[in-house]
Design a protein around this ligand. Structure first.
Ligand SMILES: [Cu+2]
Length: 136
């Protein structure tokens, strides 16, 4: 019986470690699949732990990068934000690359769109994924 207790304790410890070692993106602004009526003022990323952001690329529907004031972070941080230029209507994709404290590399992508209701209706047809974050 003692053996099983030891195994259980070891397993729970291992699970706790692996959970804390893997940092993830907990929040972004705009949120993934957000539909905005107007251009967002800034781009923000919030992680579950401290990371160094190596790269954030924002591209428009034509895959052209949007120039904003991104710079790789010199110090680890949990939250980052940058002012955005005025974005024209359309779909945007943000790709990020971050490094955890142990050098573990993480990448992620999220997208959002800027447009009026007409454009949103077009997007609804195009988007295969959920539309849950759209509210009027
Ligand atoms: Cu709408």
């Amino acid at each position: 019986m003692k053996f099983f207790n030891t195994v259980a304790a070891f397993l729970s410890l291992t699970l706790a470690f692996s959970a804390s070692a893997h940092i993830s993106l907990t929040e972004s602004a705009p949120a993934n699949e957000a539909m905005l009526m107007q251009s967002p003022e800034q781009l923000s990323l919030t992680f579950s732990g401290e990371v160094r952001l190596a790269k954030v690329v924002l591209t428009d529907a034509d895959n052209q990068p949007v120039d904003f004031s991104f710079k790789p972070s010199s110090k680890p941080n949990m939250a980052f934000s940058w002012p955005l230029p005025t974005l024209s209507k359309g779909k945007y994709t943000a790709k990020w690359i971050a490094l955890g404290g142990d050098g573990h590399k993480m990448t992620g992508t999220f997208n959002f769109m800027v447009g009026d209701h007409g454009a949103h209706d077009e997007m609804k047809k195009e988007m295969s994924s959920s539309h849950s974050q759209h509210s009027h």
